[in-house]
Design a protein around this ligand. Sequence first.
Ligand SMILES: Cc1ncc(C[n+]2csc(CCOP(=O)(O)OP(=O)(O)O)c2C)c(N)n1
Length: 366
Amino acid sequence: MQIDKSKFPIIYGHDPRKGEMFQVVNEEGEIVNPDFMPDLTDEQLFEIYTWLIRMRISDEKANNLQRQGRMGTYPSIYGQEACQIGAVWPQEKSDWLVPTFRENGMMWMKGVPLEQTYLYWIGNEKGSEFAEDLNMLPVAIPVGSHTIHAAGIGWAERIKGGNNVAVCSFSDGATSEGDFHAAMNFAGVFKTKCVFFCQNNQYAISTHRNIQTASDTIAEKAFGYGLPGVMIDGNDVFAVIATMTEALKLAREFNTTTLIEAVTYRLGAHTTSDNPKIYREDSEVEEWAKKEPLIRLDKLLRAKGILDDEKAAKVEEDARQEVSIAAKKALEAENPKITDMFDYLLSETYPELEEQKQQLIEETNE
Ligand SMILES: Cc1ncc(C[n+]2csc(CCOP(=O)(O)OP(=O)(O)O)c2C)c(N)n1
């Protein structure tokens, strides 16, 4: 079926090759593209604000837990919350989320309780045991590897005549991996029901985006695979929601995968093991900090009379309490048994593995 491109004005109306970047609300909190402002009630706008605060405080808590030696490691989403919210907000519950390791906020919105995400980063496998009805894959640590899984799911959905879309989230560094290119090629050839959502947060650990790829934008890589690509302001939650809404529709109705490049910035460290001061200037961070997603959302909501100091203080207080409870639950959770690694790795065991398991039991008295 021929796509009527005029029905997808964000995706087909903004060409990354011309340097065009889609935005709805600017850094000052002004709606600069009113035709594209998602149709949201005041309650929904407030809910989006609340999510942003909850994510920010949960992030701060995780960093603190790691510094106190109570969490193994943690990848911060500080500064990337608009992407985290906007990528999930328009999804149907039955759509798939195929996340990389920096999607703690997306996973929370998708339905993973926060304490479970904390458990994951504490090192407890229960952190990956999701509810049966949650169409979500576990966190992918190998960079870019999950793009292939997403393409497969999107293909299966098409073959089954299903209506669900596989949303795959990753960052700029993943687009330099072979898996990403195989997945994009597959998505183009086999017309999969996917959205590839790239949070270009400017760094792959210490490698800046400019030395990551020679292409001017990440979005334009889509064209080589016969797919649409669009570059958007990833710090503008409304741009992300509007674009993701269109991309989901394009996948659902026309089996066409969009590559969205959401331009954002990782304000924190790569993970708690990283010291970004070694490879980037404070002045660069300060410049990006002016563009972060909360400032403009706060301004917009206050201008609309939806937010004031009292309401903001209450949202923060509630979030702190909620996050504290989640952390307590995660810290008090039972440790997995050491033999779990044998019991849950393969569906069927074999003699050598059983031998190793017995040896471990004897050595550890577990
Ligand atoms: C295949 C593979 N190579 C290397 C690593 C080590 N590693 C972990 S995160 C990372 C950088 C990823 O950068 P990017 O995709 O931009 O994601 P970001 O961390 O910025 O969210 C690397 C190289 C890995 N996990 N997997």
